[in-house]
Design a protein around this ligand. Structure first.
Ligand code: ADP
Ligand code: MG
Length: 285
């Protein structure tokens, strides 16, 4: 590919990662730990992308770089073709831990981002009403976080992220601490928000069921230093619901992902198992 075609491709991607390598420096005297190595990714507008890989392979590091929270040692992240050099409200982030302010009510938490950006009061009110309703918290607008369940606090996190008018949502294992039932409800909520807004989502998880249920595409990272081992495109139809979770197609997709993840971790997979993976869904990156 020539340089011009390359730059056109970069602009057409909603989010692109180019030759990204990251090293942390630790200890005295400092030693370097390479956690990500030469990552290249192109994420299309409106896509739901999951990133999986074993613990410590650099998933959170990669996502923080996509959000501009951390600068790469080498390479770059491009948002609509423009280099990401720091935090910007267009790149919304949802953390694993609750990020709600305990001293603010639900509605004040949701209004926080827009208020910080100087959004006028009437527009703030509209945003708060809309996003509280979208996540099912209208009746709890005046409640404080300590009066809410874990799932409800996650809903506040989602409302806060969306109320800040993001273009891309970056979510780092946001539901990892929830029980199975609440997690499934939150996954449904995230898909509803994704469908109604059309915003691009990049979602880190170590939960294969979650990745299969949510994604259009799963990026499988190898063990540290994280590299793109494979890109697995989903074969599951949408919309996804309770039926999806118990269907045969789901089980096949999960097995494919499991096999790919084992390979990414450098683990041997029995040949019979490996053959079960439909070859068309997994493309070597
Ligand atoms: N601020 C930091 N300083 C030094 N090492 C770090 C820092 N943050 C993460 N690491 C190390 O980088 C590696 C990748 O971390 P992380 O991106 O959190 O992985 P993951 O999210 O895949 O579990 C881990 O070995 C971790 O210990
Ligand atoms: Mg992490």
């Amino acid at each position: 590919m020539n340089a011009r075609a390359d730059s056109v491709r970069a602009v057409s991607a909603k989010l692109a990662v180019r030759g990204l390598t990251h090293r942390y420096s630790m200890g005295t005297p400092p030693t370097e730990l390479t956690v990500l190595s030469r990552i290249d990714l192109e994420i299309a507008r409106g896509e739901f992308v999951c990133i999986i890989g074993e613990s410590g392979c650099g998933k959170s590091t990669l996502l923080r770089m996509m959000a501009g929270l951390l600068m790469p040692s080498e390479g770059e992240v491009l948002h609509d073709g423009t280099r990401v050099r720091g935090v910007r409200h267009e790149l919304g982030f949802v953390f694993q831990q609750d990020a709600v302010f305990p001293w603010l009510t639900v509605e004040k938490n949701v209004a926080y981002g827009p208020k910080s950006r100087g959004v006028p009061k009437a527009e703030r009110e509209r945003l708060v009403a809309h996003w509280c309703e979208a996540v099912g918290l209208t009746a709890f607008r005046k409640a404080f976080p300590k009066q809410l369940s874990g799932g409800m606090r996650k809903r506040v996190d989602l409302a806060r992220a969306y109320a800040n008018s993001p273009d891309v949502l970056l979510m780092d294992e946001p539901f990892a601490a929830l029980d199975v039932q609440t997690k499934a409800e939150m996954q449904d909520a995230v898909l509803d928000l994704w469908k109604s807004t059309g915003k691009t989502v990049v979602f880190v998880t170590h939960d294969l069921d979650e990745a299969v249920f949510l994604s259009d595409v799963v990026v499988v990272l190898s063990s540290r230093p994280g590299r793109v081992h494979a890109i697995v495109r989903s074969t599951l139809a949408r919309p996804r619901n309770g039926e999806t979770r118990v269907g045969d197609a789901f089980a096949v997709a999960k097995r494919t992902l499991w096999t790919t993840l084992q390979q990414a971790r450098g683990r041997a997979v029995a040949p019979a198992k490996a053959r079960q993976a439909p070859p068309t869904t997994t493309e070597r990156a």
